[in-house]
Ligand binder design. Structure first.
Ligand SMILES: *Cc1c(COP(=O)(O)O)cnc(C)c1O
Length: 224
């Protein structure tokens, strides 16, 4: 890992922003190096990889699941996951609730919104999300706790566009807070910002940045 960059990022963060170190496709030894510096929040994209790392690494790590979650993989992460950032459909939330109930847990989740222009990115549209909020099946769920929103901006050098997209996500957060979560103190997280755009995300009100390659170096996707 790049310790210098890691320390610089930490130093630059306002007290209201938490750093999630994204360790996907990096060996457990890299997680240990960051752990030794005091890092406790780590992000992973794949259930199998997370399961293996969880078995090898210290118990007090808070594991954040940030990738697209397939319903048949939920059960591998439910017993220990700290926060699922990537709830991108009503169906997925229902399945997480079901597995969490079996486990006797209440699992913290964020609702992922589609804010980028790229079609390939996952996430709710606002009207779809509001429909879910009003659905009786949603209101009956007891084993998930919605703690906020997550989104990914477009991959572009146009910083004005990135500002607009993060601003949009912040807006969604405020609307949901006012309409559905006004009495729920734990609905307070806005997970936005990655290696290339986290300073903009912080300006737009991020509370959690998910940074991988800036800290751990480029990833080798060929390994998957
Ligand atoms: C990989 C990933 C990140 C980290 O990306 P970097 O550009 O390496 O910082 C953050 N969020 C999500 C959802 C990711 O998949």
């Amino acid at each position: 890992m790049n310790q210098e960059v890691y320390q610089q990022i930490l130093k630059s963060l306002p007290a209201s922003v938490r750093l999630i170190a994204v360790s996907k496709l990096k060996p457990a030894s890299e997680v240990e190096a960051a752990y030794a510096l005091g890092q406790r929040d780590f992000g992973e994209n794949w259930a199998q990889e997370l399961k293996e790392k969880h078995l090898q690494l210290p118990e007090d790590i808070r594991w954040h699941f940030i990738g697209h979650l397939q319903t048949n993989k939920i059960k591998f992460i439910i017993p220990y996951v700290h926060l699922i950032h990537s709830i991108d459909s009503f169906h997925l939330l229902q399945e997480v609730n079901k597995q969490a109930e079996k486990c006797g847990r209440v699992v913290k989740c964020l609702l992922q919104f589609h804010i980028a222009t790229e079609e390939t990115k996952f996430g709710f549209a606002m009207d779809e999300c509001q429909e879910m909020m009003r659905h009786p099946a949603y209101q009956r769920m007891r084993n998930v706790e919605i703690c906020g929103v997550m989104g990914m901006a477009s991959l572009t050098s146009d910083s004005a566009q990135v500002h607009r997209e993060f601003h949009q996500l912040h807006d969604y957060f405020v609307q949901l807070k006012e309409n559905y979560f006004i009495d729920q103190e734990s609905f307070k997280e806005i997970s936005m910002g990655m290696s290339g755009d986290y300073p903009i995300a912080i300006e737009e009100g991020s509370t959690m940045i998910r940074v991988g390659s800036a800290i751990f170096g480029a990833r080798d996707y060929g390994a998957r």
